[in-house]
Design a protein around this ligand. Structure first.
Ligand code: 5AD
Ligand code: SF4
Length: 475
C-alpha cells in the first residue's frame, strides 16, 4: 500500500547562501529537485524504538506534508529517507547502523537520495554520527523537526546538516499528526515530552531533554477530532504521564477525566506511568470512569530496594507494592504490565530472587524484559560498575521470561468462561475469517468474524487461550 498525502507543489524554502563558496548559486531545495518536476517528492519514514518515536514520526509526516511531500512506504521509492532512531539500549543503535548499511545500495544507485537520522540517536551522538556514517546527509534531534525542510535544503546543496538543539518548550502542539500507519480505531496522543527523572541507567533525559507538558486544550481537541473521525481507543502518551501539569489548572487526573468525558464510547489509556507519581487521585479517577481502561503499565525495573536506590527510581519495593494494593482495592479488575531490567550494576542473586518474587506477587498480564545495557554518559556508566557478567544477565533474563510466561498464561486461563467486551481493530493475524481486538484490560481477543466489523464493540465469551491471546466467540 502507498500512503500518499498530497501532490507536490514546489516546497516553500528560503534560499541557502553558502559563505564558503560565494560563486556558487544559491539553490533552493526545489531547484535541486527540478529533475523530479514531473514526479512527487516523497519521504519514507522508518521508525525504531518506543511508542513516543512512532508518535513523533506522525508529527514528522505532518511537517513534511506541509512542505509538499508525499509519504511512501517503500525506501526505494523515496527522495528522502528518515530513520527515526532509538538509543535506549546498545542493540537498538546497532540495529539502526545495520539498517544504514542496507540502505547503502540505494544511495549508490541514487546519489541524490537524502538520508536523515532523526530522534534519540541523532541527539546522543550529535555530529559524531555524521563523521561515523558518511552516507548520512542530515541529523535532527527530537525537538528539531520543524527545521527539517531547512536541513533538507542544506543537504540538497551538498552540505551535511544538523540540528540537535533541545528545547524547554517545544511540544508540537499546533501540528496535527498524520496517522499513516493506523487501523483507524486506535491512536496515540502525545501529551508531554522529555523526562527529568534521571534514572541512573537511562539515556532518555539526555536525548529528549526537559519534561514539558502540552496545552490541554489542544490535547482535548485532538481527542475529540479523533473520536469524530471514528477512532475509539486513545492512548495518552508521555515518558511519565503522571507528572503532567499545566498552569496549576490541570494535573494528569483532570486531563484524563476530560478526555474520558468526550464520549462513553471512547476508550482511554495512558503510558507510561512512573510508580513514584501514581497518585491515589488518578487511581480513583480511573475507577470512576468505565471508559478509562482497566490496564496500567507500571514499570518496576527491579524488585530489590537496594537496586532501585542505585537506579535512582525514587521508590522502594514496599512503596511499589502499596501502589498495586491501592489499585487492586479500587479497581479490582485492573490488568497490570511492567518493565524490568536484569543484571543492573551490583545486582546479587538475592536481588534477582526479590524481582522474581515480586513478579509472582504482582501477577502481571505482560512484562517487557531487558538485560542491562550500559549507556555512555549516564550516571550509572560514570559512577557504577557494570559488574554482572553478560552470561549471568542473560540467565537471569531467561528466568524472568519463563516465570512471566507462566503468569501470563495463568491469567489468560482464568478468563476462560468469562464474557468480555472487545473493540474490533482488524483481522486476526492468522485468518481473515477471524477478527481481532482488545478488551479494556488490554488483552488481545480473537473470534469468528460473523457480521462484525472494525470499530464494533462485541461481547465475546472466552473459550480458550494461548500465552498472548484469548480465543472466543461472540454472544
Ligand atoms: N538497559 C536496559 N534496559 C533499559 N531500559 C531503559 N534503559 C535501559 C538500559 N540502559 C528499559 C527500562 C525502561 C524501558 C523503556 O527500557 O525498563 O522502562
Ligand atoms: Fe528513563 Fe527513568 Fe525517564 Fe523512564 S522515567 S524515561 S526510565 S529516566
Amino acid at each position: 500500500m502507498k500512503y500518499c498525502i498530497c501532490e507536490l507543489n514546489l516546497p516553500m524554502i528560503e534560499p541557502v547562501i553558502f559563505a564558503q563558496d560565494s560563486t556558487r548559486k544559491s539553490l533552493t531545495f526545489a531547484d535541486n529537485f527540478k529533475k523530479y518536476m514531473d514526479t512527487t517528492y516523497s519521504v519514507f519514514i522508518e521508525t525504531f524504538g518506543c511508542q513516543m518515536n512512532f508518535s513523533d514520526s506522525e508529527i514528522v509526516a505532518s511537517l513534511m506534508q506541509q512542505n509538499d511531500y508525499s509519504l511512501v512506504n517503500n525506501a526505494s521509492e523515496a527522495h528522502v529517507i528518515f530513520l527515526n532512531t532509538c538509543s535506549i539500549r546498545e542493540n537498538a543503535e546497532q540495529r539502526i547502523r545495520g539498517r544504514l548499511r542496507e540502505l547503502k545500495a540505494l544511495k549508490k544507485k541514487n546519489p541524490d537520495l537524502i538520508i536523515g537520522i532523526l530522534g534519540c540517536m541523532a541527539e546522543r551522538l550529535k555530529e559524531t554520527l555524521l563523521k561515523e556514517e558518511q552516507m548520512v546527509d542530515l541529523i535532527a534531534g527530537p525537538d528539531a523537526y520543524r527545521s527539517l525542510p531547512e536541513l533538507i535544503s542544506k543537504a540538497t546543496n551538498g552540505l551535511r546538516a544538523s540540528d540537535v538543539q533541545l528545547s524547554g518548550i517545544e511540544t508540537y502542539d499546533d501540528i496535527s499528526p498524520i496517522r499513516y500507519d493506523s487501523n483507524g480505531i486506535a491512536a496515540f496522543i502525545s501529551i508531554m515530552r522529555g523526562c527529568q527523572n534521571f534514572c541512573s541507567y537511562c539515556v532518555v533525559p539526555y536525548t529528549r531533554g526537559k519534561e514539558r507538558s502540552r496545552n490541554p486544550e489542544t490535547i482535548i481537541a485532538e481527542a475529540q477530532q479523533l473520536f469524530d473521525s471514528g477512532y475509539r481507543d486513545i492512548t495518552l502518551l508521555g515518558q511519565n504521564v503522571n507528572s503532567y501539569a499545566w498552569m496549576q489548572e490541570y494535573n494528569f487526573s483532570k486531563l484524563i477525566e476530560k478526555v474520558a468525558q468526550i464520549n462513553p464510547l471512547l476508550r482511554v489509556r495512558f503510558a507510561t506511568s512512573h510508580p513514584k507519581d501514581l497518585s491515589d487521585e488518578l487511581i480513583m479517577t480511573i475507577a470512576k470512569h468505565e471508559n478509562i481502561c482497566r490496564s496500567i503499565h507500571l514499570p518496576l525495573q527491579s524488585g530489590s530496594t537496594a537496586v532501585l536506590e542505585r537506579m535512582n527510581r525514587g521508590y522502594s519495593r514496599e512503596f511499589y507494592m502499596n501502589r498495586i494494593e491501592t489499585i487492586r482495592k479500587h479497581i479490582p479488575d485492573c490488568g497490570l504490565s511492567t518493565d524490568l531490567i536484569s543484571g543492573f550494576c551490583g545486582e546479587t542473586e538475592e536481588d534477582h530472587q526479590q524481582t522474581l518474587s515480586l513478579i509472582e506477587w504482582a501477577g502481571y498480564d505482560l512484562a517487557y524484559l531487558f538485560a542491562y545495557s550500559e549507556r555512555p554518559n549516564t550516571f550509572a556508566a560514570d559512577n557504577l560498575n557494570d559488574d554482572v557478567p553478560e552470561e549471568v544477565k542473560s540467565r537471569r533474563l531467561s528466568e524472568l521470561i519463563k516465570v512471566q510466561r507462566e503468569i501470563s498464561h495463568r491469567n489468560n486461563k482464568l478468563d476462560i468462561g468469562t464474557i468480555t467486551e472487545v473493540l474490533v481493530e482488524g483481522n486476526s493475524k492468522r485468518s481473515d475469517e477471524q477478527l481481532s481486538g482488545r478488551n479494556s484490560r488490554n488483552k488481545v481477543v480473537v473470534f469468528p468474524r460473523m457480521n462484525f466489523k472494525v470499530g464494533d464493540y462485541v461481547k465475546v465469551k472466552i473459550l480458550s487461550c494461548t500465552t498472548a491471546t484469548l480465543i472466543g466467540e461472540a454472544i
